[in-house]
Design a protein around this ligand. Structure first.
Ligand code: HEM
Ligand SMILES: [Ca+2]
Length: 294
């Protein structure tokens, strides 16, 4: 089976409005939550497909993905997903998957922060297991160079251009000092005054969890991330790799000068990422609680 826009139109007609209301309220309360929900969907889809594996706590028969290196002490938004799931279960028990809730919440987050909208295809089901090792191996690290970033996305069937568009997700949200310290203190392709100001909150030792914004407008989904890359103000090593004289410089230039092109490419790439190996039909299950299998 393939996913479809109207999957819940008779079984749970209000599901999209329930999710939107809850996301709007969570993002109004804390803008960063929109970023966190977008990232949750990405970290779900890159690990054995969009099957809500990222939401599972450790269980007796598997270790969850929450303790994987890219996720531990970093992923957030699980409580918001739980709140949404409780509301959805109240009107449509056992019908809507956690994986679909994540995909819709990611879209609604982007829209709430000023980004493009798109139709989320639905009908994903939830996994009955999780993979710590796949999370460690498949989620790209911020230490990767351009070639590593391109291969990481190409392993998921995504092109270099789609990798650059999706990296534009870093137009919102924050990162911890531990993920960009080496760039601040040891890299040359960084704007000097930018490095100085970020160093103030990310010392050479200590402060691992201190946060800095991923672009200079971290609560607006816009193309400022790409404008920042052009002036060597990428926060992560991996961000600046997209504009470091290589094959993706021209894509960054395009997105920087034309936000409509960025928005179109971003939403198309989000739909493609959202289609990564979903469980459909009778595979998997509809979890009652997103944190554990039924
Ligand atoms: C291209 C490869 C990517 C790498 C190496 C990467 C790496 C990272 C890192 C290291 C952080 C900071 C985590 C922390 O300090 O706790 C982060 C945050 C974030 N990432 Fe990525 N990421 C990538 C792609 C993506 C994609 C494709 C999306 C979504 C489409 C995305 C969305 C986000 C968001 C929204 C945040 C901020 C989350 C928050 O504030 O809670 N990233 N990423
Ligand atoms: Ca921004």
């Amino acid at each position: 089976q393939s996913l479809s826009a109207n999957f819940y139109s008779s079984s749970c007609p209000n599901v999209l409005s329930v999710i939107k209301t809850a996301v709007d309220s969570a993002v109004t309360n804390e803008a960063r939550m929109g970023a966190s929900l977008l990232r949750l969907h990405f970290h779900d889809c890159f690990v054995n497909g969009c099957d809500a594996s990222v939401l599972l706590d450790d269980a007796s028969d598997f270790t969850g993905e929450k303790t994987a290196n890219p996720n531990s002490g970093s992923l957030r938004g699980f409580d918001v997903i739980d709140t949404i799931k409780t509301k959805v279960e109240a009107s449509c028990a056992g019908v809507v998957s956690c994986a679909d809730i994540l995909a819709v919440a990611a879209r609604d987050s982007v829209v709430k922060l000023g980004g493009p909208t798109w139709t989320v295809l639905l009908g994903r089901r939830d996994s009955t297991t999780a993979s710590l090792s796949a999370a460690n191996n498949n989620i790209p690290a911020p230490t990767l160079n351009l070639s590593g970033l391109i291969s990481s996305f190409s392993n998921k069937g995504l092109t270099a251009r789609e990798m650059v568009a999706l990296s534009g997700g870093h137009t919102i949200g924050q990162a911890r000092c531990t993920t960009f310290r080496n760039r601040l203190y040891n890299e040359a392709n960084i704007n000097a005054s930018f490095a100085t100001s970020v160093k103030a909150n990310c010392p050479q030792s200590g402060g691992n969890n201190n946060l800095s914004p991923l672009d200079t407008s971290p609560t607006s989904f816009d193309n400022v991330y790409f404008k920042n890359l052009q002036i060597q103000k990428g926060l992560l090593h991996s961000d600046q790799q997209l504009f470091n004289g290589g094959s993706t410089n021209s894509i960054v230039n395009t997105y920087s000068s034309n936000s409509a092109t960025f928005f179109t490419d971003f939403k198309n790439a989000m739909v493609k990422m959202g289609n990564l190996s979903p469980l459909t039909g009778t595979s998997g299950q509809i979890r009652k609680n997103c944190r554990k299998t039924n």
